[in-house]
Design a protein around this ligand. Structure first.
Ligand code: PLP
Length: 460
C-alpha cells in the first residue's frame, strides 16, 4: 500500500510545470496556458485516483494531450451539424435554416457597411425598421410594424408598452403557458410591471369571463397566447380573436409561430393562427417569432395599429431589444420570398421540409442507404415532427434510414456526434434512425460518410 502511494507521489512531483509545457507548445500564450493546465490537471487526477487507462501521465503523453487540446480549443465550438432528427424546428439545433436569398443578404450586410439607418434618397438618418416595415404591412394587412430581437422580446415589449406599470392584463387560465426556456406568461406580465388578471379555467374560458373582468377593470388590456407546444383536447372552450377584439379593450395576440395568411398553400399550416387574421380582427398588436414557421432568422415581429406600434417603438425596452443588422438583412430577404407563396415553398427550407413530397423523401432515403451501404442500413416508414413549439400533434409521415440494430444506440449516437460535421440522429425502438426530411440533398453524402466513419469507429 505505502509503496504504491510513494510511487504515485513521486510521479505527481514529476508532472511538468505549466510554464515548461507552455514553452513547448508554441501557441498564443492564453490558449497554450489553458491547454497545458488542463492536460496537467487530467494527469494529476489520473495519478491521484489511480485511474486505469488514459490519460497517460508521462511527459510525452501529457504534451501530446496538450497539443490535442490546443487543436480543439482553436476550433470554434459553434459549428455546422447535420440534422437527421426529422424535427424541422429544432431549438437546440438553431431552429430555421435560412433560404439562399437570406444567406446572401446576411453575408452582404456582414461584409461591409450598409444603409442600416441611412435614407439613401435624403441622405438623412433613417430607421432600421424601414427595411421591413412596408413588407410586413403588405404581408399582414397591418397599419404598422416593428421588429425586435426575438419573439419573447416582442411579447414583453408589447405588454410593457400597452399596459406597463399600473396597468392590468387579462389572460385566460388556459393560456398561462410556458413556451420553453423559462419563458412563462405570468412572469412576462410581471416583468412588464402590469398586474395580471386571470380569467376562466384551465380548459374553458368564455366571453362572460372576459366581460366580467373588464367591468371590474375597464382600462385593462387582453393578452391572448397561442398554445404553441401543446393542445388541450376534450371539454375545452376558448374565445376567438374576433370576439376578444369586440369587447372594446386593447388586445395583444401572441400567435407564436408566424404563419402568414395563406400559409404558403401548405395544408399542415392551416392549424396555426395566421397573423393576418388577428390583424383583421382588430388586435392592437400581434406578436410572433421570426425563426419558427416564418422560416427566417431569430427575430420578434410586432404588427398592429399605428398608435400601438408607436407606443412600442418609443418604449425604452425597444432599444434594449433592438434587432441587429445581420438578422434584419436575413429577415427582409425571407419576407420578400414570402410575397410569392409558390416560391417560398421551394426556397424557404422550413416550408420546403414541411411540404416535401414522398417521392423526394424516398429518393433521399434510398441515396442515403446506398451511400451508407445496404448491410448497415435499411429504409423504414417513420414520422417527423415540426418541433420548435409549433403544431405539436402533427406527425409528418415519411421514410427514415434505420441503422444496423446490433450497434448500441447510445454509443452510435455519440460516435455520430463526434464526426465532422456532427450528425444528430434519433433513436426509435432501440435503433438509430436518420430522417431525410431535415437533411438537404447536399447533406446526404456527408451524412453517409459520417455514418460510415461512426460505424467503423464502433466496430473497431
Ligand atoms: C415561441 C413563442 C414565443 C417566443 O418566441 P422566441 O422567438 O422563441 O423568443 C412566444 N410566444 C409564443 C406563443 C411562442 O410560440
Amino acid at each position: 500500500m505505502g509503496g504504491g502511494n510513494d510511487a504515485a507521489a513521486a510521479r505527481l512531483r514529476e508532472l511538468p510545470a505549466v510554464h515548461e509545457l507552455v514553452a513547448k507548445l508554441g501557441a498564443p500564450h492564453g490558449l497554450a496556458v489553458s491547454a497545458a493546465r488542463q492536460a496537467i490537471e487530467e494527469a494529476r487526477t489520473a495519478l491521484v485516483t489511480r485511474a486505469a487507462g488514459p490519460p497517460a501521465t508521462d511527459a510525452d503523453a501529457i504534451e501530446r494531450r496538450a497539443r490535442g487540446l490546443l487543436e480543439s480549443l482553436s476550433r470554434p465550438t459553434l459549428t455546422r451539424v447535420l440534422n437527421a432528427t426529422g424535427v424541422i424546428l429544432h431549438t437546440n439545433l438553431g431552429r430555421a435554416p435560412l433560404a439562399p436569398a437570406a444567406q446572401r443578404a446576411l453575408e452582404s450586410a456582414a461584409a461591409g457597411y450598409s444603409n442600416l439607418e441611412l435614407d439613401l434618397d435624403s441622405g438623412q438618418r433613417g430607421s432600421r425598421q424601414a427595411h421591413v416595415d412596408a413588407l410586413l404591412r403588405e404581408l399582414t394587412g397591418a397599419e404598422a410594424a416593428l421588429v425586435v430581437n426575438n419573439g419573447a422580446g416582442a411579447v414583453l415589449l408589447a405588454t410593457a408598452a400597452l399596459a406597463g406599470p399600473g396597468g392590468a392584463v387579462i389572460v385566460s387560465r388556459g393560456q398561462l403557458v410556458e413556451i420553453g426556456g423559462g419563458f412563462r406568461i405570468p412572469e412576462v406580465v410581471a416583468q412588464s410591471g402590469a398586474r395580471l388578471i386571470e380569467v376562466g379555467t384551465t380548459n374553458r374560458t368564455r366571453s362572460e369571463d372576459y366581460q366580467r373582468a373588464l367591468e371590474a377593470a375597464p382600462a385593462a388590456l387582453i393578452l391572448r397566447v397561442h398554445q404553441s407546444n401543446f393542445r388541450s383536447l376534450g371539454f375545452v372552450e376558448d374565445v376567438a380573436i374576433e370576439a376578444l377584439c369586440g369587447f372594446g379593450a386593447l388586445v395583444i395576440d401572441d400567435v407564436g409561430s408566424g404563419v402568414l395568411a395563406d400559409a404558403a398553400g401548405i395544408p399542415a399550416l392551416s392549424d396555426e393562427p395566421p397573423l393576418r387574421r388577428s390583424v383583421a380582427a382588430g388586435a392592437a398588436l400581434v406578436c410572433c417569432s421570426g425563426d419558427k414557421l416564418l422560416g427566417g432568422p431569430q427575430a420578434g415581429l410586432l404588427v398592429g395599429s399605428q398608435t400601438a406600434i408607436k407606443a412600442a417603438g418609443e418604449h425604452p425596452l425597444a432599444r434594449a431589444l433592438r434587432i441587429d443588422k445581420l438578422s434584419l438583412a436575413a429577415l427582409e430577404a425571407t419576407l420578400m420570398l414570402l410575397r410569392d407563396p409558390a416560391r417560398a415553398r421551394l426556397e424557404i427550407p422550413v416550408l420546403a421540409m414541411l411540404d416535401a413530397d414522398e417521392g423526394t423523401l424516398n429518393a433521399r432515403a434510398r441515396r442515403l442507404r446506398a451511400a451508407i451501404g445496404a448491410g448497415d442500413a435499411e429504409v423504414v416508414a417513420s414520422t417527423a415532427k415540426v418541433g420548435g413549439g409549433a403544431l405539436p400533434l402533427l406527425e409528418l409521415e415519411g421514410p427514415a434510414v434505420a441503422l444496423a440494430p446490433e450497434l448500441d444506440p447510445a454509443a452510435l449516437m455519440l460516435a455520430l456526434r463526434r464526426q465532422d460535421p456532427p450528425v444528430i440522429a434519433r433513436v426509435h425502438d432501440g435503433r438509430v434512425m436518420l430522417d431525410p426530411r431535415t437533411l438537404s440533398d447536399e447533406e446526404i453524402e456527408p451524412a453517409a460518410e459520417a455514418v460510415g466513419a461512426a460505424v467503423r469507429c464502433l466496430s473497431r
